[in-house]
Ligand binder design. Structure first.
Ligand code: GUN
Length: 285
């Protein structure tokens, strides 16, 4: 193995400790604590695990955690009514609607209904627009976590050729905006890209978020490249792997994130961070 591991688990824990200390300070001063509300519609097993982890992390930080569980059959109006109620609740600083939602729900109108100052996912068009203009407020948690991990590992992306695999609103697009803001030269590859492997071979930094288990092979990676694996894929055996073939990639990369224990814990830490930021903004700090 030549690559150094970017230890997302340890970095996330340290960040969460820092946030907890700030929340403890608020409590000691007799202030209201930050509150996060997570809405889940339906029974998607992976979403249930993610939502439970978010709930536990929120409570561990000393914040107020609210869960709103709606059945698979909930209507668009019912979901929007819950969002409106949480928008109006003064004790709620952050609102997150776990995706995916059932097919009959229009996720865009639900996300857009979340008050922009409570949009701790950073998915609202205004928050994405602010990131695109290099004046971010609330930033999508997964790409924000990738940037924090790079920063903690002492990696400056300025001038690097970065290749982002995947163009989703949750990962690929905001990751490209984050890297661009820090001075990387960014290429986004997606299902229509002509020479995907050629792009990967030229990359100094790869961010993989395509949801294809062990897709990126070590032989495609430029020696010394930095590899950030956003994928979380469960194999039929039950093993959880990323979008990168870790065993071959770690032999050529200079830095690599493990799965699990890389980007995943950082996403949760940044959600807690965003909840604190939303609280501070709402409290006028
Ligand atoms: N589903 C997968 N990742 C995410 C995320 O970051 N936020 C929300 N709301 N849903 C998700």
């Amino acid at each position: 193995m030549t690559a150094r591991l970017m230890d997302g688990k340890a970095i996330a824990l340290a960040l969460r400790e820092e946030i907890k200390a700030k929340v403890d300070g608020l409590k000691a001063a007799g202030k209201r604590v930050p509150g996060l509300a997570v809405v889940i519609v339906g029974q998607d097993p992976a979403s249930q695990i993610y939502v439970r982890n978010k709930h536990l992390a929120t409570e561990a930080a000393g914040m107020k955690s609210m869960m709103r569980v709606l059945p698979e059959t909930a209507t668009q109006q019912e979901v929007l009514a819950v969002v409106a109620e949480l928008n109006a609740d003064a004790t709620v600083d952050g609102i997150l609607v776990q995706l995916p939602v059932p097919k009959h729900i229009d996720s865009k109108s639900v996300i857009d209904a979340i008050a922009v100052e409570k949009d701790v996912d950073g998915f609202n068009p205004e928050n994405i627009g602010l990131l695109a203009q290099r004046t971010p407020r609330l930033r999508p948690c997964t790409p924000y976590g990738c940037m924090k991990m790079l920063e903690h590992s002492g990696i400056d992306v300025k001038g690097l050729d970065a290749v982002v695999l995947g163009q989703s609103n949750i990962v690929g697009r905001p990751a490209a905006l984050e890297l661009l803001m820090k001075g990387a030269t960014v290429t986004i590859c997606h299902s229509q890209t002509k020479d995907l492997v050629g792009h990967i071979r030229r990359a100094d930094l790869i961010v993989a978020g395509i949801g294809k288990p062990e897709f990126v092979k070590g032989e495609w990676i430029k020696p010394g490249a930095i590899v950030i694996d956003v994928g979380i894929n469960r194999l039929p055996s039950g093993k959880v792997v990323g979008d990168v073939d870790f065993e071959t990639a770690k032999e050529v990369a200079s830095w690599i994130t493990p799965v699990p224990g890389g980007v995943g814990p950082m996403t949760i830490a940044m959600l807690i961070q965003n909840t604190l930021e939303a609280y501070e903004h709402r409290e006028g700090k």
